[in-house]
Design a protein. Structure first.
Length: 210
């Protein structure tokens, strides 16, 4: 069965993914689909390759074997910057670029409207006042939410989240869960790797165990 046949609604399809590092197999024969408008949770013990898998989905890592398709097209055939705009990744420990939050959100997006940045900050649980904050001075939880807003500013079709609630307090984590439900209802697809069982129970449509 082809990726397009398995995923007629659009989204990501992973077929037979294999990743090796220094002669060691990190992931082997991983296959699943993640449709737009749904949340797929990747669950596994620490060190099982969850973060590695997410990085393969937008080709920050190239697998030794297998394919990843977006809307039925092999991601290897999609220009990397375009792919990473369409399939955004928010890392567990996101890096902030020099300058303000505004500069972080608008990086490589000349002419991006301010209201789009404000909407992204609101979705991440922050306000418009954060636009002028210095990114390097933010707390860990604030950086995590700015990284989410930065990905949302780019209008992705799929969003990859690595432990999205790890640096958040209970209130911020609850807001993130509500945000994911709102975004998927609007058609965004989400693949998240997490140890947060409450988050999986609250938002995941299905889970993939590694």
């Amino acid at each position: 069965m082809t990726a397009r046949e398995r995923d007629p609604a659009g989204g990501l399809a992973v077929e037979g993914l294999r990743v090796e590092r220094a002669g060691r197999v990190v992931l082997d024969d991983v296959s699943f689909t993640a449709a737009k408008g749904r949340v797929v949770a990747i669950v596994a013990p620490s060190g099982a390759g969850k973060s590695t898998l997410l990085r393969c989905l937008n080709r920050l890592l190239v697998p030794a074997a297998g394919t990843v398709s977006l809307d039925g097209e092999d991601t290897a055939a999609i220009e990397p910057c375009e792919l990473r705009r369409r399939v955004g990744l928010v890392a567990q420990t996101p890096a902030m670029l020099p300058g303000s939050v505004r500069e972080n959100l608008s990086y490589a997006l000349p002419g991006v409207p301010e209201d789009r940045m404000v909407d992204a900050l609101d979705a991440a649980g922050l306000g418009a006042s954060f636009l002028v904050r210095t990114a390097a001075e933010l707390s860990g939880g604030e950086r995590a939410r700015v990284a989410l807003a930065r990905a949302l500013t780019r209008g992705p079709e799929m969003l990859l989240l690595d432990e999205p609630t790890a640096a958040l307090d209970a209130q911020a984590a609850s807001h993130t869960a509500a945000t994911l439900c709102t975004l998927t209802a609007a058609g965004l697809g989400v693949v998240l790797a997490t140890h947060d069982r409450a988050l999986v129970a609250a938002v995941a449509d299905e889970a993939v165990a590694l």
